[in-house]
Write a protein that binds this ligand. Structure first.
Ligand SMILES: [Fe+2]
Length: 134
């Protein structure tokens, strides 16, 4: 009986360690603190979906445009874009509806930032991030 309990304890500890290792490897350095998101470099369970889910950022004279090249339909669409700092401060956000033709949003970012993140949330394929600076 003790051997069985020891085996169960060992299994639980090993599982917890594995989960911690997986969590650590998933949380890459190109994601904001305390937020998990998929990215081009880390597509996780959505391997192959980066091109249609990772936000694309263009910048011109302090105006940032975020685009997710994803279809917009009632059952599958981009729900939201957000711009956040490394500390998680939200600098801008835009909510989309399935009736919107494209998932494109624009923001005026004040000041210089060495590390900002554009987030794009798909209703089926979770949260995606692209790091950028202005
Ligand atoms: Fe999607």
């Amino acid at each position: 009986m003790n051997n069985r309990r020891d085996f169960m304890k060992t299994s639980l500890v090993a599982s917890a360690g594995l989960m911690a290792a997986v969590s650590t490897s998933i949380a890459s350095s190109n994601t904001p603190k305390n937020i998990f998101a998929y990215s081009t470099a880390n597509q996780g369970r959505w391997e192959g979906k980066a091109a249609s889910h990772a936000p694309i950022i263009t910048s011109e004279k302090g105006k940032i445009t975020v685009e997710t090249q994803h279809g917009m339909a009632e059952k599958h669409y981009i729900v939201k874009h957000s711009i956040i700092t490394e500390e998680g401060e939200v600098l801008g956000e835009n909510v989309f509806f399935p009736s919107d033709k494209q998932a494109i949003s624009s923001y005026e970012i004040k000041g210089k930032h060495t590390k900002l993140y554009a987030l794009s949330f798909c209703n089926l394929h979770d949260l995606w991030v692209t790091e950028f600076s202005v």
